[in-house]
Design a protein around this ligand. Sequence first.
Ligand code: 2P0
Length: 353
Amino acid sequence: MASDQRIYRASTTAPVNIAVIKYWGKRDPNLNLPTNDSLSITLSQSDLRTHTTASCSSTYRASTPSDSLLLNGKTEPLTTPRSIVCLRSLRALRSKLESENPELPKLSTYPLRIASSNNFPTAAGLASSAAGFAALIRAIADLYELPQDPRTLSVIARQGSGSACRSLFGGYVAWDAGVREDGLDSCARVVASRSPWPEMRALILVASAAQKDVSSTAGMQTTVKTSGLFRQRLEDVPRRMKEMERAILMRDFETFAEITRRESNSFHATCLDTDPPIFYLNETSKMAIRAVEAMNKEAGMAVATYTFDAGPNCVIYYLEMEWNFIAAKLHVALKGKEGWPKGSMSDLSGLRM
Ligand code: 2P0
């Protein structure tokens, strides 16, 4: 039989997710099993996202016998332990499919080529690893025509980067920490699709596009070892999760807003309580916090809320009908201030979920 010379290809995109209940701390660093549940909102496919094409072919063996990755135009290793675990799991699923269906081409034995690009700054606290690993897993699963459900793929994505397990789903997504040692119950589930709350919007204020000093992976491990506040946080999160899920299902913005900002502040306080301390917020971030606090006070109700991941960039959640008021207040509070990047607000206003 002639050898298979074809190139097989699949492309996909995965969006960024922004957590309102934060994942910070691992009970098992090898499997990326978290110490607490978390909850995020996945932005729409049309906004911040990773685009990934996966291809494989027997002909690749001649030039690049091993798997390879082109990330934002630069060759990167696909040999990190996390990537290896993900690729091994996906190959095992494909291999099983091939042994059950002998007529299928033996894609599991071919080198993979991955080309991936982000339409936003990488590693600047905008959840690039979440979108990146989610897109990688889905692109290869599509290439291999795997029949597995999204929960199984979510378990695989989690091992690439914890937060990636949430980016495989749209809308309001919880990641249940799970209790099993093998992590098979630690994956994402949809709390609500995006449609029940169509007025929800996100505004991202890019306070810095620089790469962060302390990676999330390293930072959260130091927090687990050294922070007393972290232990307090673990007691508070289960109650916040329940209240947040209820607020989302009831479209209760006031409660959503309060939990979101308090949860962000609790997370960053825990970072500061880490030894040595971790600073993700900068002066521009604090300006944004003050601006949102002031506009809520003036309105006499929550018109907006803020959250920050492991970086200084501010995500403001608000309801569309409040945009004119919010935009005017932010304009006065932030524009022209030292350290405030020009154009950052108008470029990214009103992202949809
Ligand atoms: C989150 N972050 O829930 C939290 C909030 C950062 C702050 O998930 O080590 O990049 O790859 O599992 O997923 C960042 O953590 O860490 C994160 P790894 P990841 O979105």
